[in-house]
Design a protein. Structure first.
Length: 263
């Protein structure tokens, strides 16, 4: 059966579409722009293996996922200076947790407001610090929603009934004051996706970010905060303003000092 995310991972998806661009990779994951960005910097972390949810990956893959999430959160904070909302609609059974595509993918979205207080669910939830602790919480193979606002732990809701499609995107759109644009299929915003891809590639060149996530100093928040930046340190504020026109281009050091990172 055809799978859009498998096509993207394998490089066979239509390359002319901006949402099919690969921004970063690891052994088990790829990072792509999200279609329908409600806010700038929206990305999806997709598993290379075709599984329905992250909870079906093995321990090594989940530990790797935590590294990818930390690195991409750092990069997005450097670009936009906003808190990072992270969530997954984990569909593992006939009970759908709000996902549209049955291929494991985690959403990362920079947002200027807190979303967690608006995520009202009657379902019981547990907290996990990282995806490495997810399997122990979803041991029955059921569907779930994993959600984290900024550096908070993930709240993992075991979903006993089907949630509305794109449940968290609905919540985020409402919190940002534009409740009608939650559906990426209706509002794909490909012009915004293209703009973000261009900004990301300019930022990668400025700061020395590599497409393979390799644990380099350019992705170490403590080292970059101490030095101001790596390759980007040679650039003036005026040059940085050209690199980051949307975000207003705050210095990386200042952004790192005001935003927490998932650990």
């Amino acid at each position: 059966m055809s799978c859009l995310f498998c096509d993207i991972v394998e490089g066979t998806a239509a390359s002319v579409l901006p949402e099919n661009r690969i921004l970063a990779t690891s052994e088990s994951f790829v990072v792509k722009p999200g279609l329908g960005p409600i806010a700038p910097g929206y990305v999806l972390v997709c598993s290379r293996r075709h599984v329905a949810s992250m909870s079906l990956l093995n321990d090594a893959e989940l530990r790797e996922l935590d590294v990818v999430v930390r690195v991409m959160s750092f990069r997005l904070v450097a670009m936009y200076g906003e808190r990072i909302v992270r969530f997954e609609h984990g569909t593992c059974s006939d009970t759908h947790a709000g996902s549209c595509i049955d291929h494991a993918h985690l959403h990362l979205m920079p947002v200027p407001v807190a979303i967690g207080i608006d995520l009202a669910l009657d379902e019981p939830h547990r907290r996990v610090r990282s995806f490495g602790g997810l399997q122990a919480r979803i041991g029955n193979g059921g569907s779930y929603l994993a959600f984290a606002d900024n550096a908070d732990d993930y709240r993992v809701y075991e979903v006993s009934h089907s949630l509305p499609s794109q449940f968290v995107r609905r919540k985020v759109a409402s919190a940002l004051g534009d409740p009608d644009v939650w559906d990426w299929a209706v509002f794909p915003f490909r012009d915004r996706v293209t703009q973000f891809v261009n900004e990301y590639e300019a930022a990668a060149a400025a700061y020395g970010w590599t497409a393979p996530i390799d644990g380099s100093a350019a992705d170490d928040p403590k080292r970059v905060a101490a030095s101001g930046s790596t390759k980007g340190a040679a650039k003036s504020r005026g040059a940085l303003a050209a690199v980051y026109p949307v975000s207003g281009s705050l210095e990386l050091r200042a952004r790192l000092g005001s935003v927490d990172f998932p650990t």
